[in-house]
Design a protein around this ligand. Structure first.
Ligand code: CA
Length: 385
C-alpha cells in the first residue's frame, strides 16, 4: 500500500518513482510505481490527488493509478539541456474550477537570451483532463547570464501563495553576489499571489513597501534551491540548497516566519565559504539545520548535490516526522529526525532497483552499475550543480 510518494533525483536517471510501504517487518521498502520516463525531475500533485511526472524535456505525464499513463501536456518554447528545461509544475487549490496550473522553465527571451520563466497554463475547456499548450501566460521572467543555477522549486504553500526557489545566477561562488542583493531575484525564495490576472507580492511579504528591493522576496542568501517542501503537519518549509565545493545543506523556514538570510555566498552550510575567507558573516545569517560534506562524508557516504526531500507523515512509525532527502549525483537517500535526533542512511533501499548513478560532472562521468536494467544519463548530473 502506498503511504507516501517520494521522488529522488538520485533515481531520476533510472526513470523511477518510489513509494514507501509497510511490509510485515515494518522496515521501509521502496516500490517502483511507474517507469518509462526521460529525465523525470519532479512529481506534482493536483488538489484532488492526481499525480503528474515532470520531464526535463517538457513533457508532463499523468499517472493514472492502474499502471497506465497519459500525456497531460508538453510545454512548448522552452530551452533544454544541462540544468535547463521544464523544472517544475504546481497546481493551486482551486485547480478544479479555475483550470489553472503553473510551470517553472527556462526559455529564450525576445532577443534569444536565456531566462527563467514562470508561466500559467489552462486545461482544455470543459474539464481538467488535459493541458492546453496554447494557453500560456508569462507571470514572471528574469534573465540569466550563466547557464547553470536556475533553481527550479515551485509549490503552493498552505497560505495559497505560490513559492519559488531561484538559483544565484550561475557560474561558481555567485560572482555578482546576487544572493545577498535584495535588488535581484536570484538566489532567493520568492512568494507571489497568483489568484488574480498576474503574479503580485502579498502585502505580508517581509520586504513589502521597501524601496529598491523586490517585494516578491520571501527569503534570501540561497545558492541553488532546486527542491523544497512544506511539512504537511507544521507548514515549515524544508529547502535543499545545493552547495559549491564544501557543504550541502538543509535550510528551514518555520511557518509564520520570513525574511531569513541563509548566508550564501559568505556561508556554505555551517561554515565560512572557503572561497571568501575573512568576509564577515552577514548580520542575522541563519545556518542550516543540517549539512554534509560535498564529497565524502564519513557519516553518509558521498554526495555532491542535495536534491531536497519531504517530511514524512505516513503510516511507517520508523519514518514519522523524518525529513527524507536525496543527493542527485551520488544516489544517496537519507533521513534525519526533524526534532534534532538521529540520522538514518536509507541508500541501501535503492539497491534493488539496480543502477546508482555517480557523476562528478557532465564532463567526467563515472557510473557504478549494479544492474543492466537501467541506463544512466550522466549528462543530467549538472541539473542541480
Ligand atoms: Ca546557507
Amino acid at each position: 500500500m502506498i503511504q507516501r510518494l517520494l521522488t529522488t533525483a538520485a533515481t531520476a536517471a533510472l526513470a523511477l518513482t518510489v513509494s514507501v510501504s509497510t511490509p510485515a517487518s515494518a522496515a521501509p521498502v521502496l516500490h517502483q510505481i511507474a517507469s518509462g520516463f526521460n529525465q523525470p525531475l519532479a512529481i506534482s500533485f493536483s488538489p484532488d490527488g492526481r499525480q503528474f511526472v515532470v520531464e526535463q524535456g517538457g513533457r508532463i505525464v499523468e499517472l493514472l493509478g492502474n499502471g497506465s499513463q497519459r500525456n497531460f501536456m508538453t510545454v512548448p518554447k522552452i530551452v533544454v539541456g544541462g540544468e535547463k528545461g521544464l523544472l517544475n509544475l504546481a497546481f493551486p487549490k482551486d485547480f478544479a474550477t479555475t483550470r489553472r496550473f503553473y510551470v517553472y522553465c527556462t526559455s529564450a527571451d525576445a532577443n534569444g537570451r536565456l531566462q527563467v520563466e514562470i508561466r500559467r497554463y489552462l486545461t482544455i475547456a470543459g474539464g481538467t483532463q488535459l493541458g492546453d499548450p496554447t494557453s500560456g501566460t508569462k507571470l514572471l521572467a528574469y534573465p540569466k547570464q550563466f547557464e547553470n543555477h536556475n533553481g527550479g522549486w515551485m509549490a503552493f504553500g498552505p497560505d495559497g501563495y505560490l513559492y519559488l526557489g531561484t538559483g544565484d545566477g550561475g557560474s561558481g561562488n555567485d560572482p555578482a553576489n546576487n544572493a545577498q542583493n535584495l535588488g535581484a531575484l536570484l538566489g532567493k525564495i520568492l512568494r507571489l499571489d497568483v489568484s488574480g490576472a498576474g503574479g503580485v507580492p502579498p502585502r505580508t511579504n517581509p520586504f513589502y513597501g521597501i524601496n529598491n528591493v523586490y517585494w516578491k522576496i520571501f527569503a534570501y542568501g540561497m545558492r541553488n534551491p532546486f527542491r523544497a517542501n512544506f511539512d504537511s503537519a507544521t507548514g515549515d518549509l524544508y529547502i535543499g540548497d545545493v552547495g559549491q565545493d564544501t557543504r550541502e545543506e538543509v535550510d528551514v523556514i518555520k511557518a509564520g516566519t520570513s525574511g531569513q538570510n541563509f548566508g550564501w555566498r559568505v556561508r556554505e552550510g555551517k561554515i565560512q565559504n572557503p572561497n571568501y575567507p575573512g568576509v564577515p558573516t552577514p548580520a542575522g545569517a541563519v545556518d542550516p539545520i543540517y549539512d554534509y560534506a560535498h564529497g565524502y562524508d564519513p557519516s553518509m557516504g558521498t554526495g555532491h548535490a542535495i536534491t531536497g526531500g519531504v517530511v514524512y507523515h505516513g503510516k511507517l512509525p520508523e519514518l514519522q516526522g523524518r525529513y527524507v532527502f536525496a543527493d542527485f549525483i551520488d544516489g544517496g537517500l537519507w533521513s534525519i529526525d526533524t526534532r534534532g535526533g538521529s540520522f538514518m542512511n536509507m541508500t541501501a533501499l535503492l539497491g534493488r532497483f539496480g543502477t546508482v548513478t555517480r557523476c562528478r560532472s557532465a564532463k567526467t562521468p563515472r557510473t557504478t552499475s549494479t544492474s543492466s536494467t537501467t541506463t544512466a544519463e550522466c549528462s543530467a548530473s549538472t541539473i542541480n550543480d
